[in-house]
Design a protein around this ligand. Structure first.
Ligand code: HGY
Ligand code: MN
Ligand code: MN
Ligand code: MN
Length: 386
């Protein structure tokens, strides 16, 4: 908890919560904090070709036991999503060292870059680059809301974007990955649970184009107002998702140019869909096209990210639920562990969040549950590192 307290004032967002995004200033402070804390625990920190941080306990090597998470947040995010897994990993290492334990296999604490995709739009950016799931050229060209490319932002943060790409050395080293994370859904009635599955999910960008015009002099029948089909698309997303028991969210909608007395020339919105997301996006796209045509507008739909449902390694899950006497938990939240699961046995440990709220300032975990989470992680790491 003291490690988390260190971060309490880093990257506070004006509207509440945190704004800590890939390669921005707040995240640079967090990286500095991590380097310092890891150094105190006797770990050697290096930055990989994709901007992920690796703190090694002893020599780097193949078949390593790796734990960690991310430090970036969603816009207005809570204090625990990401940092709990990083601070928890450092605390678990301190506990193990304090007991004179030394791992019998290579061991690292990792911090993945831009897990939330809160700045450049692609979630699990660092782990997707590492595994080759995201094309390096596409990554370099990603732009943030101010038009800054990932290449420029990485460069400014001291990470050479020319080196982005699948990292076979890192992949070869990852033997087992365990991520500690705050629970983000309806809540657990026990302090710790073991992850079973991560729900499939994707992100699509809907770009509506109409005709910018004057709010006062343009009579309705002369309008081609892209905000109208955009609004219809938001409602269609909710309607479609409710019919197929999916989860569809439009958390970001940007009119251009964005003047109160200006009919927008264009409107972009992003659909985050989880669970049968491709069925959802197909139906929502049809609704968007109908709504756009009715208003004399056009719409283009672009898939920005997609990941299928991931089931974590059954043997590893069995071992952890037995060792920790903890239940399993399926989740709708995406994680770097789910990206890595295609390459090595991966597992997640969730810490109770009594609010059932996440990706918002109310996200919370009791000290005693965080402590239980760290103890559980330390036991898991000890058991897995022999
Ligand atoms: O969006 C997610 O599910 C995760 O928090 N990145
Ligand atoms: Mn998150
Ligand atoms: Mn997270
Ligand atoms: Mn005027």
């Amino acid at each position: 908890m003291s490690l988390l307290d260190d971060l309490a004032d880093v990257g506070r967002a004006a509207g509440g919560g945190y704004a800590r995004h890939g390669f921005d200033r707040a995240e640079a402070e967090l990286r500095e904090w991590f380097r310092e804390q890891a150094g105190r625990s006797g770990l050697d920190v290096e930055t990989d070709r994709n901007g992920n941080l690796w703190a090694w306990w002893g020599e780097p090597g193949r078949d390593a036991l790796v734990t960690g998470s991310h430090l970036d947040s969603v816009p207005g995010g809570g204090a625990f999503d990401g940092p709990l897994g990083v601070a928890g990993a450092l605390a678990a290492v301190s506990r193990l060292r304090g007991r004179g334990f030394t791992p019998a296999r290579p061991f690292a604490v990792v911090v993945f870059a831009e897990e939330e995709g809160g700045r450049f739009g692609v979630p699990c950016l660092g782990s997707r680059l590492l595994t080759g799931a995201l094309d390096a050229d596409r990554a370099r060209a990603l732009r943030d809301p101010d038009g800054v490319t990932l290449a420029e932002a990485a460069e400014r943060a001291g990470v050479d974007p020319a080196r982005f790409g699948r990292d076979d050395v890192a992949l070869d080293r990852i033997g087992t990955f365990v991520e500690l994370h705050i629970e983000q859904g309806r809540g657990l009635d026990v302090p710790v649970a073991v992850g079973s599955t991560v729900l499939e999910h994707g992100r699509w960008r809907f770009s509506f184009t109409g005709q910018g015009n004057h709010a006062g002099t343009t009579i309705l029948r002369d309008r081609r107002d892209p905000m109208v089909p955009a609004a219809g698309t938001v409602l269609a997303a909710r309607r479609v998702a409710s019919t197929v028991d999916s989860r569809a969210t439009v958390g970001r909608l940007v009119p251009r140019p964005g003047g109160t007395n200006v009919i927008p020339s264009g409107v972009d919105l992003w659909l985050d869909a989880r669970g049968r997301s491709r069925d959802v996006v197909a139906e929502v796209t049809a609704a968007a096209e109908r709504a756009a045509a009715a208003e004399g507008c056009t719409v283009t739909v672009t898939q920005e990210s997609y990941g299928g449902t991931v089931t974590f390694d059954p043997a590893l899950r069995e071992r952890l639920t037995g060792l920790l006497d903890a239940p399993e938990l399926a989740t709708g939240a995406g994680h770097d562990a789910a990206i890595l699961a295609a390459h090595a046995p991966a597992a997640m440990l969730y810490v109770r969040n009594p609010t059932g709220i996440s990706h918002a300032p109310e996200e919370f975990a009791e000290d005693v549950d965080v402590e239980e989470g760290v103890v559980a992680l330390a036991r898991a790491l000890e058991s897995l590192s022999t």
